[in-house]
Design a protein around this ligand. Structure first.
Ligand code: SAH
Length: 521
């Protein structure tokens, strides 16, 4: 008995959109092999036949199993959704066969049965977005290096293809779609129409019309195909439509066309085509018009050059606990090309390549993070107030952060705020330190925070009433901001001007010089 491999694409999922040959092939097979979900979608046709179903990632073993049974003389149906030759089983089946020395002549018979792929079923639900040159890109980097995928997205974006993104996102792969959007935005307008189709022609079908800028605000999953328009694609009445050509040989508002059907293919009717050798004025003009849309946009986007953008984030002034969502967002934003570093000031410092720094700040803030600039600015270093238990001091720390955090100063300045007399976060060792104790604040000024001769701040006042602490600190900072020399640290400033916020400077006790011999005696 001669076995046969029937590699079947059953279309998007509904029986109506399956081809007649696909249906027959399943019916005439002895065994059906496929991913569990797919088997369920065509269960009616399978009836009592033996089924070999495996998980999503076991494509290779499915192909090997199929070949094994066909070699034993069975008619084996290998089923894929959409078209079996588009990120489906067809190629794999051939690969397994070829590995075993298969040829068309001598080997078992193979029939590949075409099906309606997601690019086409999803396009139909959206309107007519694939009217012009289009491509499919799978964002799955399980079998393809991300560097290759990134290049393809960039090339397709640059060449103004309509793009269908397959496998855009899964439980574990969430960053790929974010990166894809970032690359696309370098070449296409944020308003480019984008269609999201989930489970086309299946019971949970969901169609969303959005644009490049807002696409990530919607649900995108394993069963979604994302269709990105080209520079001419438009939306009308909820439908996504790409015009048939950049250059119109037809007029839509006239019944009588300027060119009769037989005239349309004449050379003079398409002066922009490759075969035309003579460059006339009209050729140049039409070619220029055709490219205008793409070119202008690319020029505009090219000007938005990516730069390294630095900032620092923390989960809160007193709160030290990042949530998993915040960590995921940060990791996504930083990506492979950026950096994230832990700082001694209870912040994560982020270095990101971007041409849209404002967007990044907005997203981080929306996620509840405190966002701070880097450089010669004031940083509030509050303690965690014993995990929020000693909460009396927190509102003052928050007010000071709100009023002063990130303020540009002659030199970086750390304002330490600790919530009890233990001062275990070391407020006393900062440029300015305040410690909440017995319902009031102690104030320390001019700590020398670095160097071998570092010393703590001077205790200049004890028991400042809570309602006074914010204005007192603001006064000191304003004096420093106005009168400090560029790059002059606060302790140097205090030493030089001898008075800050009305508090008088005293010479610190310096370390004694100890002469030490080679053996430490
Ligand atoms: N062979 C399939 C593609 C398999 S890859 C085909 O030709 O369509 C799996 C991806 O296909 C999914 O992540 C999704 O992007 C897309 N897809 C498959 N069926 C779909 C459907 N019914 N609706 C929307 N997208 C679908």
């Amino acid at each position: 008995m001669q076995g046969k491999l029937l590699v079947i694409g059953f279309g998007p999922g509904s029986a109506d959109h399956m081809t007649k040959r696909a249906r027959q092939a399943i019916e005439e097979s002895d065994i059906v092999i496929g991913y569990k979900t797919y088997i369920e979608l065509v269960a009616d046709l399978i009836g009592e036949k033996p089924i070999i179903s495996t998980g999503m990632t076991e494509e290779v073993s499915r192909a090997q199993e199929a070949v094994k049974w066909a070699e034993k003389g069975k008619k084996v149906a290998v089923i894929s959704s959409g078209d079996a030759g588009v990120y489906g089983m067809a190629g794999l089946v051939y690969e397994v066969l070829i590995e075993k020395g298969w040829t068309k002549e001598s080997g078992i018979e193979v029939e590949i049965i075409p099906g309606v792929s997601a690019i086409h079923s999803c396009a139909a639900l959206l309107g007519a977005p694939i009217m012009h040159d289009a491509c499919t890109i799978s964002l799955s980097d399980h079998l393809t290096p991300w560097a290759v995928i990134e290049k393809r997205i960039e090339a397709a974006a640059m060449a103004d293809f309509v793009i269908a993104l397959y496998n855009p996102k899964s439980g574990r792969r969430t960053r790929q779609i974010v990166e894809a959007q970032r690359i696309l935005l370098r070449y296409r307008s944020p308003q480019t129409p984008v269609g999201l189709v989930k489970s086309a022609y299946r019971p949970r079908q969901n169609v969303v019309m959005t644009d490049l800028e807002h696409m990530l605000e919607h649900d995108i999953g394993m069963l979604t195909t994302v269709i990105i328009g080209n520079s001419s694609t438009f939306v009308h009445d909820g439908l996504m439509i790409t015009p048939r050509g950049y250059q119109r040989k037809y007029s839509l508002d006239k019944l009588e066309q300027r060119l009769k059907p037989h005239e349309r293919l004449r050379k003079e009717a398409e002066p922009w085509a490759l075969d035309q050798t003579e460059e006339t004025e009209s050729v140049r003009k039409t070619a220029e018009e055709a490219l205008q849309k793409v070119a202008i946009r690319q020029y505009e986007q090219a000007r938005a050059i990516e730069e390294i953008f630095e900032l620092a984030v923390s989960p809160g002034v007193a709160n030290k606990a990042f949530t998993p969502q915040q960590m995921l967002l940060i990791a996504e934003m930083v990506g492979n090309r950026g950096k994230m570093m832990y700082t001694p000031d209870h912040y994560l410092k982020l270095e990101m390549l971007t041409d849209r720094p404002d967007d990044m700040v907005r997203k981080l803030k929306e996620a509840g993070l405190v966002v701070m600039p880097i450089g010669n600015v004031l940083t509030v270093k509050a303690c965690d107030f014993c995990d929020g238990e000693k909460k009396e001091g927190i509102p003052y720390a928050e007010q000071l952060h709100e009023k002063l955090g990130g303020m540009a100063l002659p030199k970086e300045l750390k304002l330490g705020i600790n919530g009890c007399g233990m001062a275990c976060y070391g407020a006393v060792r900062e440029d300015i330190g305040i410690v909440y104790r017995k319902g009031a604040f102690d104030l320390f000024l001019g700590g020398k925070t670095i160097g071998r001769n570092a010393y703590p701040g001077q205790l200049v006042a004890e028991g400042i009433p809570p309602e006074q602490i914010v204005p007192v600190v603001i006064q000191i900072i304003q004096e420093y901001k106005e009168h400090g020399h560029p790059n002059e640290r606060f302790h140097k400033f205090f030493q030089r001007v001898k008075k800050a916020g009305g508090f008088v400077y005293q010479e610190p006790r310096t370390n004694q010089k100890i002469e030490v011999s080679a053996c430490g005696e």
